[in-house]
Design a protein. Structure first.
Length: 423
């Protein structure tokens, strides 16, 4: 009888956790959807100000005043809750313990408004970092509101991370695998069910609010012939070098920004003002750069121009991260990978090593390679690119690149700075 009673209680707990996981997915998806809407609205508003019929000087003054005020507000939010600053995905990963108890009440609102203002200013950062953290604390909020024990709250936090990433990229499978691969590192059935439920519910909600199209929808992708797969070895080395720069240069950039003799208020405002200047002078570099991924399908720039875009985007992303703004790096990193793949593809085509039709294919493969190198999550990288493109024909080459590129990156990092740093 006692055994049956224990089994009944365990079953009830599982049913309750299913219910809570669904709520976490809905709440996380709703928060991310609202964030996306407000960010896009702010970006359009800034572009509208710059394109209005007013005198150029008046337009520029209005934009910079707006960005200055946004920077002040971001600084205020970071001062009130320092945990929201910077690329916080590793913080959520490593802090699934008692230190997070009760923190959602301050972190969640400050992160939400800080992310909206940061990303709405057009800096070189992405939505996924804030999405992961807001999803995590939405999970904790549900756990605390329903008075769940800390062991269950941890699982709901992980489910929220999955839901947040799924909503950010419209990629539920990636959210699930990322939560297990990077956060929990434990593929148990007990952890898998709430993570899956939250990710799918979040993506379902996002699909209803926006649309069901993949983020990078490309029809009829021309793949490499099997006899050309040897190119992937060289592409892995090329992408691995590009990915290693993140771990090598970010600590130096943080040290540089920290050493600038300016108040923290100014350090938080400057990236936004720089974003405004870029929007006026060189709009190609404005925001996260999603349009750069599609260059192989249109009037593709020269290799020299692509190299400029790569290094300019890299430095801007590192500067924003070092300034501790509440944004993420996943999408900017994917854009950097696409630029490297475009460069490699143009060189390969010029040497007659592959057909011109394979250029977009190499671009997409490189996105997975650099993601795996920077985030150290090869399975997530494979699934992310497949879900972002809506194409599952690239599994084998994606797997090759997502394993080899991080190995190259790791070797370079170990031989350059002697250790493998955390983000």
């Amino acid at each position: 009888m006692k055994t049956n009673s224990k089994q009944q209680k365990s079953s009830n707990k599982g049913e309750y956790l299913v219910f809570y996981s669904i709520i976490v997915g809905i709440v996380s998806g709703g928060i991310i959807a609202l964030t996306r809407y407000l960010v896009h609205s702010l970006l359009h508003f800034i572009e509208h100000l710059l394109l209005s019929g007013k005198n150029a000087s008046v337009r520029y003054i209005e934009v910079f005043v707006l960005l200055f005020v946004m920077g002040l507000l971001i600084h205020f939010f970071i001062k009130k809750e320092p945990f929201i600053g910077g690329n916080v995905i590793p913080s959520v990963n490593s802090d699934l313990d008692d230190r997070l108890k009760g923190k959602w009440k301050s972190i969640l609102p400050y992160k939400f408004f800080g992310a909206v203002l940061t990303l709405g200013s057009g800096v070189t950062m992405g939505l996924e970092g804030p999405s992961v953290q807001m999803g995590a604390f939405a999970g904790q909020a549900i756990g605390e509101i329903f008075h769940r024990p800390w062991s269950e709250q941890r699982r709901l936090i992980t489910a929220g991370i999955s839901a947040g990433l799924a909503a950010a990229f419209h990629a539920p499978l990636t959210g699930i695998v990322y939560a297990l691969e990077v956060v929990r590192e434990n593929f148990s059935k007990k952890n898998l069910i709430p993570i899956m439920l939250s990710a799918f519910m979040s993506d379902y909600l996002i699909s209803h609010i926006f649309n069901t199209n993949p983020v990078v929808f490309i029809q009829n992708i021309q793949v490499l012939a099997l006899k050309e797969y040897w190119l992937l070895l060289f592409l892995s080395v090329f992408i691995g070098i590009g990915g290693s720069l993140f771990h090598i240069l970010l600590p130096s950039m943080r040290k540089f920004v920290k050493g600038i003799p300016l108040p923290s208020t100014v350090k938080h405002i400057l990236p936004l003002l720089l974003s405004g200047l870029i929007c006026i002078v060189y709009p190609e570099l404005f925001s996260s750069g999603q349009h750069l991924i599609f260059y192989p399908m249109g009037q593709n720039p020269s290799i020299g121009h692509l190299l400029f875009l790569f290094f300019a985007n890299y430095l801007l992303m590192l500067y924003c991260c070092a300034s501790e703004l509440p944004g993420g790096v996943f999408f900017p990193v994917l854009v950097l990978g696409s630029l490297l793949g475009n460069i490699f593809g143009q060189v390969s085509i010029g040497l007659g090593l592959c057909s011109p039709e394979a250029l977009m294919f190499l671009t997409l493969l490189s996105m997975a390679g650099i993601f795996a190198s920077v985030v150290r999550a090869p399975l997530s990288a494979i699934l992310l690119v497949m879900e972002m493109t809506g194409s599952f024909i690239m599994l084998l080459p994606l797997g090759i690149l997502s394993v080899l590129a991080p190995l190259v990156s790791r070797l370079i990092i170990l031989h350059t700075i002697g250790n493998y740093p955390e983000h």
